[in-house]
Design a binder for this molecule. Structure first.
Ligand code: PMT
Length: 397
């Protein structure tokens, strides 16, 4: 699968180095050519010989060593890389790269490469949450460096929390996607997902049953095909797909203003979220006390986000969803015009195994020219594929 691809892999000093050996082994099984650069600290955990044996290539550690051939080694590896991985990536290497420090073979080669650089961080939770580390990684993300989010769990030091390096299979999946799937490369896609919530008082809020599964599946599929994905999500219990930019929101108005910041430069907006149409006119400053048997609230209309951007759109594609309990097609068709959508994905949210919360959905896709296509019961991942296929076709990708 990766024949002819050159992966340059930096290995820095942390206990997760042993997992990096597995990453190399998996890459070799996919026929990638892997060249490894180890920092001095990494060699304290696992010897270069181990990586040399698994990769079947010489391992570079010392920048001042006699080059193995006439080219200057850090420049030749920097040029050779189709993709650059750093596994595990310590706070130290991330801090160095973020601040332009090139004082060893690895940091120098990263600085010299034009290939995409992907870090798989691994460190203690307190280090991972340290604001200096956060600032360094945010700076690198801004410049296009990518990060494979570490997981949470028991760390080698005995602490519990974030900082556990992503599993080798996930790192390799991420890399394979980056190298092989570029159908939507250069396209920026905003996906909205989940419910919104509208507070009534400091302890209570209104919301709906959206779990975010549909929107997250779409974000994942778009990201897998190489798009730059911004996922604007209401409160849900899901991990964002690796590589997407997650913007968390609560209210419908917050969802609108988050999209507003990115809409002008996006190519596609997919409105899979279920934003609340109304919000309370006033939000009580204090907890509303039990007193009368009945209580009344006055609500005011929230902005219709899809319709708002439907008015602003130039060349963008806007895809809406219609969550209906009756007259599915008729109601969905009305929404295409009202919101100036390119197509709408209609789902009956009363049907079993469909709509809110379930892992599957039964949808009908309706084009703005009125063409209707029914789909059978499918996993939300498959519905997401159908939606992204349709978008790719419209974009001629
Ligand atoms: O999140 P899951 O549990 O996986 O469930 C998936 C889903 C049922 C939420 C999803 O498939 C879906 O149907 N999302 C749209 C829900 C909805 O708000 O439908 P609607 O018919 O009320 O709105 C029509 C369109 O306008 C939608 O694209 C919606 O995002 C958008 N809208 C709605 C209200 C509002 N104030 N602003 C909007 O932009």
């Amino acid at each position: 699968m990766l024949s002819g691809k050159n992966v340059v892999m930096g290995v820095t000093g942390g206990i997760a180095v042993y997992k990096a050996v597995d990453v190399v082994s998996r890459l070799r099984k996919l026929n990638a050519n892997v060249n490894i650069i180890m920092t001095k600290s990494a060699t304290e955990f696992v010897t270069p010989l181990t990586f040399q044996s698994i990769s079947q290539n010489p391992v570079t550690v010392n920048i001042f060593k006699e080059p193995t051939h006439w080219e200057i080694e850090h420049i030749s590896l920097a040029k050779k890389a189709d993709i650059f991985l750093v596994v595990p990536a310590t706070a130290n290497i991330i801090g160095k790269v973020a601040n332009g420090i090139a004082d060893d073979m690895l940091s120098t080669t990263i600085m010299a490469t034009k290939a995409k650089v992907i870090f798989a961080p691994a460190m203690n939770t307190n280090m991972y949450n340290n604001l200096i580390f956060k600032e360094n990684s945010n700076k690198l993300k801004k410049y296009g460096y990518e990060f494979i989010k570490p997981g949470s769990g028991r760390l080698a030091c005995g602490d519990f929390g974030e900082g556990k390096m992503a599993e080798p299979c996930d790192i390799v999946d991420y890399l394979v996607n980056s190298l092989t799937n570029s159908q939507l490369k250069g396209k920026k896609i905003i996906v909205t997902a989940g419910p919104t919530i509208e507070p009534l008082d400091p302890v209570r809020y209104m919301t709906n049953h959206s779990s975010g599964k549909m929107g997250y599946a779409i974000a994942n599929e778009a990201q897998r095909r190489g798009a730059e994905v911004i996922l604007v999500s209401g409160p849900v219990n899901l991990e964002p797909p690796i590589g997407t930019k997650l913007i968390k929101v609560n209210t419908t108005q917050e969802m609108l203003s988050s999209i507003e910041k990115h809409f002008a430069e996006c190519h596609v907006l997919i409105k899979a979220a279920a934003p609340l149409d109304y919000r309370p006119v006033t939000v009580s400053e204090h907890k509303i006390k039990k007193s009368k048997d009945e209580i009344e609230f006055k609500f005011t209309r929230n902005p219709d986000i899809a319709a708002h951007f439907g008015k602003l759109k130039r060349n963008q594609i806007i895809v809406g969803f219609a969550a209906e309990t009756e007259n599915l097609i008729e109601n969905a068709k009305k929404k295409i015009d009202k919101k100036n959508l390119d197509f709408i994905v209609a789902n009956n949210v009363l049907t079993e195994n469909s709509g809110f919360k379930s892992d599957s959905n039964i949808v009908t896709i309706i084009d703005k020219d009125g063409t209707v296509k029914d789909y059978p019961l499918m996993k939300k991942e498959k519905v997401a594929k159908a939606i992204i296929d349709k978008i790719s076709a419209i974009l001629n990708c």
